[in-house]
Design a protein around this ligand. Structure first.
Ligand code: ACM
Length: 561
């Protein structure tokens, strides 16, 4: 239920106010009867098919691990699982060459169709995890981890008996973190990789460049590190506040290429693809601060210290194209992903309208206007990427002046959701009203929460999103590769704050990315979530608890597990 208690009820001291709300939320939760019934299978995302079974398997120090076929990648998945079990239970499980009683068996099974599919059988006697590929094995392991107690004690660790047949509805299940507006250290990115993996989110999109900072070492352009990676201070409060205040503190940083290689390898071991984004032609003021010749005006620039859409963008001149090709050459040497994101969002055309060079290009190439020029720009960069064997993703604005059929579109405006797929392009849904995790989590917004960009995105609204719009025909629906949530960080300066904005909304994203609509049930999700979050407690993830005040009043119809 949404909060119907008048705001004046609450103390003006935020911590007391939040405590009161939490108690009210917990009471509502308890009175719905849900709190007393722990979910026997608190798995997020919900598996495609789960058959409840009576009984329990106990992992003990004598449990053995059996691995049949599959080669070193599967061995590695099993080894990593053993390491995790050692860390949580203290048991060092030994290998066995024969499956049997008290064993966990990893078995390649060619009858499984889906690349990321797996079958998990837990009985009183043993555990069998069957899969076609190493990613399938890894995903099955995450299910086992979620069934384990978050803080096991003693020499017998219980797992509920069950039969699961599982595979995702989408191959692309993504999360984007903006490390340009606020830089986060490499260890934080690795922690996010672990958390994404736990929820079967398989794509981590890094927004590496923006007006306020450039975050990737590019060897050919050292001023990106020296100048573009740093801003002298940061706007305080909301950018629309009347009072204009700055913190007076320099902010910045960048990842070296060695660090990024390390991150890619770390993610690969967890079957997560890192997609880098180099935003162009807009959101590029930090670059212009270092290389002003890439702008259209004969002037100097500074790395931006405030937020919003900036008018100083790359000029479509030869120096810019040379720079971007050089940058992308270094990017693809570090990131092996099929897709490289080249932005394309929010490009004011003011500078191009004023520029004789930009106007001459419009004439020379018979382009309709500045939107046509943006399409020319993006297409040129796409051709370069294709020549290197890669594909591009762009934000939905890349369609404004016409888009090539080979580009994948990330649709963030609600009005554009489905448009690319309908028009014949592959599409990834990032519908902002449902999937922008920089939005407030309570109706009271800034009165209760740290300042955020605006809007209201409670957990339930993330969960309610269906990535396939109802009016898409079957052919267009096939072009929907998947779904992603974005955390923009203008107003998210710290790691703890990023976690607060990400979780548990990421759990809802994970479920809509994995589970088909007929498997969705919000009341059931909430019940699983309550227990599942104990794992995040163990990991000291600073997840938000506002959802406890926003629980549904009437339980939804019971569905089979
Ligand atoms: C975006 O939100 N500018 C993609």
């Amino acid at each position: 239920m949404q909060n119907r208690i008048p705001f004046r009820f609450f103390s003006r001291t935020p911590s007391i106010r939040i405590s009161v709300l939490l108690v009210v939320g917990l009471l509502l939760f308890a009175s719905s009867g849900k709190a007393q019934q722990p979910h026997r299978y608190p798995i997020i995302p919900r598996p495609a098919k789960l058959t409840e079974k009576p009984g329990t398997f106990f992992i003990t120090p004598n449990t053995k691990v059996y691995v049949k076929g599959g080669g070193p990648e599967i061995e590695k998945v099993a080894d990593n699982f053993k390491t995790q079990l050692r860390e949580t239970t203290g048991f060092s499980l030994q290998a066995t060459s024969a499956p049997g009683k008290n064993a966990i068996a990893f078995i390649v099974d060619a009858s499984i169709q889906e690349r990321e599919g797996y079958r998990l059988s837990i009985t009183n006697k043993n555990i069998t995890l069957a899969f076609k590929t190493a990613p399938g094995a890894f995903l099955g392991v995450q299910t086992i981890r979620q069934l384990l107690p978050a803080s096991p004690t003693g020499k017998k660790v219980p797992l509920p008996a069950v039969e699961i047949e599982d595979a995702p509805q989408f191959g692309y299940r993504g999360f984007m973190l903006d490390v340009a507006r606020h830089f986060q250290p490499l260890d934080f990115l690795k922690r996010y990789v672990d958390l994404l993996a736990f929820y079967k989110v398989n794509t981590f999109h890094l927004h590496l460049t923006d007006d306020q900072g450039w975050r990737m070492e590019i060897k050919k352009y050292p001023k990106l590190q020296e100048i573009s990676a740093w801003r002298k201070e940061t706007r305080v409060g909301h950018r629309r506040d009347e009072q204009v205040l700055f913190d007076g503190k320099p902010h910045g940083g960048y990842y070296t290429q060695e660090q990024l290689k390390e991150l890619v390898a770390y993610a690969q071991e967890r079957f997560i693809t890192i997609i880098p984004e180099i935003d162009m032609p807009g959101h590029s003021q930090a670059v212009l601060a270092a290389y002003p010749e890439l702008g259209c005006k004969d002037t100097t620039y500074q790395v931006s210290t405030s937020w919003g859409v900036h008018k100083d963008v790359y000029c479509p001149n030869p120096a810019t194209f040379q720079f971007l090709e050089d940058v992308l050459t270094e990017v693809i040497a570090i990131f092996p992903s099929k897709y490289i994101h080249i932005g394309g969002d929010e490009v004011p055309k003011d500078r191009w309208k004023e520029s004789a060079y930009a106007q001459s290009l419009i004439k020379e190439h018979n382009l309709k206007d500045e939107n046509g020029l943006q399409s020319y720009f993006m297409r040129r960069m796409e051709d370069f990427m294709i020549s290197k064997g890669r594909s591009i993703i762009g934000w939905d604005e890349i369609m404004e002046g016409g888009v090539s059929k080979t580009a994948t579109v990330m649709s963030w405006h609600m009005g554009q959701v489905g448009a690319a797929a309908r028009g014949g392009n592959d599409e990834i849904m990032v519908a902002n009203a449902h999937l922008y995790f920089d939005y407030y989590q309570t109706k009271e917004g800034r009165k209760r929460e740290p300042v955020a960009i605006g809007n209201f995105l409670p957990l339930e609204k993330v969960y309610a999103f269906n990535p396939i719009p109802q009016d898409l025909d079957a052919a267009a629906a096939k072009r929907v590769l998947g779904v992603q949530a974005n955390l923009w960080t203008e107003y998210v300066p710290t790691a703890a704050h990023a976690e607060q904005m990400t979780f548990p909304r990421l759990c809802a994203l994970a479920e809509i990315a994995w589970a088909a609509p007929e498997r969705k049930n919000y009341a059931d999700f909430i019940q699983r979530l309550g227990q599942n979050l104990k794992h995040l407690d163990k990991l000291k993830v600073n997840y938000a608890k506002y959802y406890l005040e926003q629980l549904p009043t009437a339980p939804e119809t019971k569905q089979p597990n």
